[in-house]
Design a protein around this ligand. Structure first.
Ligand SMILES: [Zn+2]
Length: 70
């Protein structure tokens, strides 16, 4: 049987060393989540979202929050 080079498709010219691979991946990292704080109660929250503690957004109560649960 004769080996046909077209069966393999595109392959890397040479093996990438552990060091080269690791150096390339130093730029691949997960970004820390963005956290804002509520101007009404100071609770940490996701930006552009109504506050989960007091239900305020842009200085107004937009969501009713159950305040008995703590
Ligand atoms: Zn709040």
């Amino acid at each position: 049987m004769k080996l046909d080079i077209t069966l393999f498709g595109a392959l890397p010219f040479r093996r990438v060393s552990k060091t080269a691979k690791r150096q390339r991946r130093t730029h691949l990292k997960k970004a820390a989540p963005t956290v804002a704080s509520c101007p009404n109660c100071g609770n940490a929250l996701a930006p552009h979202r109504a506050c989960t503690k007091c239900g305020y957004y842009k200085g107004k109560e937009v969501v009713k929050v159950n305040k008995e649960e703590k």
